[in-house]
Every structure is written in C-alpha cells, then in structure tokens.
Ligand binder design. Structure first.
Ligand code: AP5
Length: 216
C-alpha cells in the first residue's frame, strides 16, 4: 500500500493518471476538484460560493478543502490514496502530514508531473469529461471511439468544465505558480519528491509513475 500525491499545474494529467492507478492498483483517488464540483451541484450557499471561485480559476479556502479531505480519511484504504489536486498550499501540505500521522499512515511519494505551459492551453481547451462515470477525454489525443458516446459507460452526457477556457486557465496557472509550486521545494527538502515528464505519451507517463511507486 502506498499513499502518493500527484503534483502539477492544470492539465498536467493528474486526473488521467490517477484513474489508471485506481484501475490497475486498486488505489483510492481523492480529487479535491471533483469533490468541489460535487459540492457545487448541491445548490447550497456554500456550493454556489465555491462554484464562483472555481469558475474564476481561483483557489477555494484551505479550511473547506482540508475539511473535505478529513472527511474521507479515517485510516488506510485499498492500495493507498492518490491525492489529486491536493495539497495546493503549504497550509494544506502541513494539514495532510498531520492527518496521515494521526491515522497511522505515511506519505510514500510525491510525483511532480512536469509540463510546458504552452502545451496546457491545448490540453485544457480540448478536454471533455463523461458526466456519468467521470472518464476524461481529449478532442485530439483521446477522443471517444463513437462520437458523443463514453467508451466506458455508454453515456452521452459528455461535458466541458466551466473553468476550461483560456481566461480561467491563466488565473489557474497564476494560482499554481504563486501558491502550489512552493510545494516542490517543500517535498524535495523532505526527500519525498520524484519528477516525471508529463508531456510524454500517456502510457509512457504511466510507466514512469509505476517505477516511482515500485520503489516507494
Ligand atoms: P482540479 O479539478 O484539481 O483541476 P486542475 O488542478 O486545474 O487540474 P485539471 O483537472 O485541470 O488537470 P489534470 O492535471 O487532472 O489533467 P487531466 O488528466 O484532466 O481543480 C479545479 C479547481 O478546483 C481549482 O482551480 C480550484 O478552484 C479548486 N480546487 C481544487 N482543489 C483545490 C485545493 N486543494 N485547494 C483549493 N482549491 C482547490 O488532463 C488534461 C487533458 O489532457 C485531458 O483532456 C487529457 O485527456 C489530456 N492528457 C492527459 N495526459 C496526456 C498526455 N500524456 N498526452 C496527451 N494528452 C494528455
């Protein structure tokens, strides 16, 4: 069992690789982005506030996301946790460390997915997702086999995210460089950081991640 963080800017491929690890290693994906999108559909005042912040490409408060993660972790599960999009600030990183210690667990690897910013625009603007099962596609690099139908569950509910446009992406990148990229140094100093080339083919990225996990 291994607990890992997938770290990288929007569009680096964190969600794509996390889903593969769930299928191949029975790991448990904890995506704060997915959790917040679920909260958004609740129609509550908090859900509406979260929706506005996300659509602008800004980070939601630490208190909200730490609370979401704390609700999910009471002890070890499956082949280990994949933290996807969490932590995103130093405060969140400290909170995760404390939570894992409190529940008798360790953080086994932090995998930085390195990508070129210019590639992210094409990745983000071409992305669409199945609204039923969450499978992630891309108009060019990973289209559905039949137009408009999810390969995995057959749903025709294929959606684009509200924040997947160039303006929101610029803000998301700014947030990443200001608030999240310091985590690279934080985990390097803790001797937990590994880096993979996120621009490689999806299978090559998966192989690189597998080799980090096999050594963890
Ligand atoms: P979140 O949902 O976490 O989004 P993100 O970090 O911006 O990451 P993305 O989901 O956009 O990208 P990804 O790296 O998962 O890439 P993917 O695999 O889809 O967060 C959204 C918002 O929620 C935030 O802006 C913030 O407001 C809020 N939030 C979330 N967590 C928070 C936190 N902890 N604290 C505060 N606020 C928080 O791939 C992208 C595309 O590229 C896909 O189409 C895919 O098919 C394609 N692709 C992937 N890999 C490859 C490859 N190797 N080659 C070619 N194409 C590829």
């Amino acid at each position: 069992m291994v607990n890992i963080i997938l770290l990288g800017p929007p569009g680096a491929g964190k969600g794509t690789q996390a889903k593969r690890l769930v299928d191949e290693r029975n790991m448990v994906q904890l995506s704060t982005g997915d959790m917040l999108r679920e909260a958004k559909t609740s129609g509550t005042e908090m859900g509406n506030r979260v929706a506005e912040v996300m659509a602008r490409g800004e980070l939601v408060t630490d208190e909200i996301v730490i609370g979401l993660i704390e609700e999910k972790i009471t002890g070890p599960a499956g082949g280990g946790f994949i933290f996807d999009g969490f932590p995103r600030t130093l405060k969140q990183a400290d909170a995760l460390g404390a939570l894992l210690t409190r529940t008798g667990q360790t953080l086994d690897a932090v995998i930085e997915m390195q990508v070129d910013d210019a590639a992210l625009v094409a990745r983000i603007t071409g992305r669409f997702t199945c609204g039923t099962c969450g499978e992630v596609y891309h108009e060019v690099t990973k289209p559905t086999k039949a137009v408009g139908v999810c390969d995995v569950c057959g749903s025709t509910d294929l959606r684009k995210r509200a924040d997947d446009n160039e303006d929101a992406l610029k803000q998301r990148l700014m947030e990443y460089y200001k608030k999240t990229s310091p985590l690279i140094g934080y985990y390097f100093a803790k001797n937990q950081l590994s880096s993979v080339d996120g621009l490689a083919e999806m299978d090559t990225v998966s192989d690189a991640i597998a080799s980090v996990l096999d050594k963890a």
